[in-house]
Design a protein around this ligand. Structure first.
Ligand code: TNX
Length: 501
């Protein structure tokens, strides 16, 4: 069997008959940050306290040396494991961090104790943007939950945490320019839950924790649809709910000025063109830009069925320019590609199916035509909120669900949107919408193990490009990660598609 590495590295050369034995006499030398991450990972996985040695280790002692050497593409690393020495070299600090994560996956229990098999690995990511999204609006998830989830994602070499910070059910980030948003529109959630919100300090704490795990936070305020909650705080910017033909499966119809706790979509809209609305958009995005060190601001743009098409086009054109003028790169869901006048360079997030329907691919190509790039989130492959099996208690099914692990794995990013090149794809993101998701256990139950399939799509070379870049290999490799995930506290469901070891 191949080594239990997910996502699959670019190059793996096993050294037969060689193994490094991990004991608490092993030194860690080199970069202090990476040494700290490695120390904690080994302690969690094995209970062993490795010894940090500030300089170099004794010549004949067993040691793991971690260092940034500046060689190779961004985020790349090289890892070599010999009898007495392990060396990890990162092109940059992110690459070094990923080398440490790879080493963590290689630690196994044998009759000789904890061992790491001899190997030479040379690894670099396929895509620069490797994201997970967490919806903190349908159900609020606190700082501890968000940081636990981002650590899980970082261990699989994801480098973006997209936070969906507003939706019909609630507004989740306190803003000094618009204090009523969290004073009046945050204490609700799907199903009538308590809701909640992040203070600016909470948000800064998430960003700092993400940065320590080499992740960038991409915040989203979803507009002009998905904005019912805004009307509770600033009624002058909200259009009346569009409830003609309301689908009762979405629960009771929304009422202006009252919290919405159902799961329906597409009924709310901002009042496009009103000066009050423009002032609102400018305020919330200006403050979001001030609070956010990362390069991107996401402004939503999905499912704005309550907004007339012309108004929608005018709104996304203006809003994308506001973000560009704030010095950030706008991101929007693919529907925004319908606007002819989108700010050049706007990134489009494709959430259609692996085989596009209804012109979703056309919308995605429009971003590329305007100098932007595309993030791929095909809903029938990487929507982690789809049920994994028909009888799963949590999750939705609208995207051809249930979505098996095999389906989550078996798609190729280069083949979703025809007519665009590899360079036009910024990356891959796996969203987790939380209509049915209340806490970290629920997150684990839906995200795992399919998040590992998304990680491989985002990091590893194209499907079928290497012997082990196959579903058969992936299911074996992911099955061998069970003990690591268990020690990391991940309550992953034992998918029946995998032989867990
Ligand atoms: C569609 S995907 C939505 C969300 C829902 C999700 C549920 C997208 C951009 N919009 O509002 O939460 O489906 O899977």
């Amino acid at each position: 069997m191949s080594l239990p590495l997910v996502p699959l590295p670019a190059s793996v050369t096993p050294a037969k008959g060689v193994a490094f034995t991990l004991t608490d006499a092993v030194f860690i030398t080199g970069d202090a940050d990476a040494a700290g991450v490695l120390h904690r990972l080994v302690l969690t996985r094995t209970g062993l306290h490795l010894t940090a040695a500030p300089g170099t280790a004794e010549p004949d002692s067993a040691a793991i040396d971690v260092a940034v050497d500046g060689d190779g593409p961004p985020e790349s690393y090289r890892l070599s494991v010999d009898h007495r020495r392990i060396s990890i070299r990162g092109a940059d600090s992110a690459g070094l961090f990923y080398g440490v994560q790879t080493l963590g996956q290689l630690i196994t229990r044998s009759s000789d104790g904890w061992v790491i098999p001899g190997v030479d690995i040379d690894d670099a990511p396929r895509f620069a943007y490797r994201g997970v999204m967490l919806d903190v609006a349908r159900h609020f998830h606190d700082v501890a939950t968000v940081t636990a989830y981002l650590e899980r994602a970082a261990s699989l070499k994801f480098n973006v945490l997209h936070l969906h910070l507003s939706d019909d059910q609630g507004w989740r980030l306190a803003l000094t320019r618009r204090p009523e948003l969290t004073a009046r529109a945050a204490a609700s959630a799907v199903g009538g839950g308590a809701g909640g919100f992040f203070t600016a300090d909470d948000y800064r704490a998430i960003i700092a924790h993400a940065a320590a795990n080499h992740m960038t936070v991409v915040p989203e305020f979803d507009m002009p649809g998905h904005t019912h909650a805004v009307g509770l705080a600033y009624p002058e910017v909200a259009a009346p709910p569009a409830v003609d033909g309301w689908d009762a499966a979405g629960g009771p119809a929304p009422v202006a000025g009252e919290a919405y706790t159902g799961m329906g979509v597409g009924f709310s809209s901002l009042r496009i063109g009103a000066p009050e609305t423009d002032a609102f958009v400018d305020d919330v995005l200006t403050e979001l830009a001030e609070l956010t060190p990362g390069p991107y601001l996401h402004f939503g743009g999905d499912e704005a069925h309550g907004t007339p098409a012309e108004d929608f086009a005018a709104f996304v054109a203006r809003t994308s320019r506001v973000i560009a003028d704030l010095g950030k790169t706008p991101i929007a869901w693919h529907e925004a590609g319908a606007a002819a006048d989108l700010a050049p360079g706007t990134i489009g997030q494709y959430w259609g199916l692996v085989s596009p329907t209804d012109g979703a691919d056309e919308r995605a190509r429009a971003f590329v035509a305007r100098g932007g790039r595309v993030i791929l989130s095909p809903a029938d492959a990487v929507y982690l909120d789809m049920k994994p099996t028909a009888d799963a208690p949590l999750g939705l099914t609208w995207a051809n669900g249930p979505t098996s692990l095999e389906r989550a794995y078996s798609w190729e990013p280069g083949e979703v949107v025809s007519g665009i090149s590899e360079d036009d794809i910024l990356g891959v993101e796996a969203p987790l919408w939380t209509e049915t998701v209340r806490d970290l256990d629920d997150i684990d139950a839906l995200a795992f193990p399919r998040i590992a399939a998304a990680a491989e799509a985002a990091w590893s070379a194209a499907t079928g490009s290497a012997d082990n870049r196959t579903w058969e290999s992936f299911r074996e490799r992911v099955g061998a990660l069970g003990p690591l995930w268990t020690t990391l506290g991940i309550r992953f469901p034992a998918s029946p598609e995998v032989a867990w070891t």
